[in-house]
Design a protein around this ligand. Structure first.
Ligand code: ATP
Length: 290
């Protein structure tokens, strides 16, 4: 598992990450979400011991990254797939990594197969497409068969097939009991892949929740159209609802559609439309990060 404890990183007077605390548990995909510049990469780099925190700490399996006995077998990370360059073949690249990390050579062919690159194993990386580089980056992550997997914006640059493939792979890795943390600035994509969401904005934690809970919370609006909008607004407010006028309609929170219908009937207000609304997760994301 990963524990982020009061983690802070300041660059001069700017706090890129500010007193951030959250856990990433095994057996789940945890989505790390925030707009560009929110502090996701900085946090991941601190978890991986690549940046020194100004204060606080991040632990992998209970210890600092530098204190892991077998780093490649415990944690695999991909921060920037584009940085894999060069004239070497995919096989040679992975073989060098395996050798350096004390990983058996046979894992190279296994991970190439796992990411769908077995056919390109002997091709030079310099000729790889962006999607192939992403797959190669993920192969490197999987080399040591690690229990903790950290990926920074892994979906960037993948085509729809690649995205579906990655989603399935991450879900199966979590189902095997691994701890999976991935960052993105795309709420909808994340909601399809992740079980939990950790949302940050300007370096601060603003949500640590499940996708299901977030969806439920943003499903409470009811759209009402009535020729007696003013009177109905008073009735609904008196019953404890929040009413927002919107282009000749009312958006009501705090009461169910049936309760609104009953109150309208009891108070002689005609209703021409009564529709529970389902806010998209993208709307929810914008609202909570505002
Ligand atoms: N080396 C640095 N020096 C100064 N400021 C930095 C440095 N690295 C990051 N920052 C600032 O810290 C903030 C967080 O950046 P970070 O890259 O962690 O965000 P992010 O959520 O990963 O965004 P993105 O998706 O754009 O990479 C930004 O305001 C960024 O400008």
């Amino acid at each position: 598992m990963i524990q982020v404890i009061e983690l802070t990183k300041a660059y001069g007077s700017t706090r890129a990450v500010s007193e951030l605390t959250f856990d990433v548990n095994p057996g789940q995909v945890t989505g790390f979400l925030g707009h560009n510049g929110a502090g996701k990469s900085t946090t991941m780099r601190m978890i991986l011991g690549l940046h020194k925190p100004t204060s606080g700490k991040a632990l992998i399996n209970g210890v600092l990254k530098r204190d892991l006995r077998n780093p490649m077998r415990e944690v695999g990370a991909m921060l920037d797939a584009a940085e894999v360059q060069g004239g070497r073949s995919a096989f040679d690249h992975l073989h060098a990594l395996a050798y350096a990390g004390g990983i058996e050579r046979r894992r190279v062919a296994q991970v190439l197969e796992q990411v769908g690159l077995a056919g390109a194993a002997r091709k030079r990386i310099s000729g790889f497409s962006h999607g192939m580089r992403q797959r190669l980056g993920i192969a490197a992550v999987l080399l040591g068969d690690p229990g903790v997997i950290i990926l920074d914006e892994p979906v960037n640059g993948l085509d729809p097939d690649g995205i579906r493939w990655l989603r399935k792979l991450l879900r199966s890795l979590a189902a095997e009991g691994r701890t999976v943390l991935l960052s993105s600035h795309l709420m909808t994509e994340m909601s399809l892949t992740a079980d939990r969401l950790v949302i940050i904005e300007r370096g601060r934690l603003i949500e640590d929740t499940t996708v299901a809970e977030l969806l439920a919370r943003f499903r409470s609006d009811v759209l009402v159209r009535s020729p007696h909008a003013d009177r109905l607004t008073q009735v609904l407010q008196a019953a404890g609802a929040t009413v927002r006028p919107a282009e000749g309609e009312l958006l009501v929170t705090g009461l169910s559609a049936s309760a609104i219908g009953d109150l309208a009937y009891a108070n002689g207000c005609a209703v021409h439309e009564l529709a529970p609304r389902h806010a998209s997760l993208e709307e929810a994301f914008i609202e909570i990060t505002q």
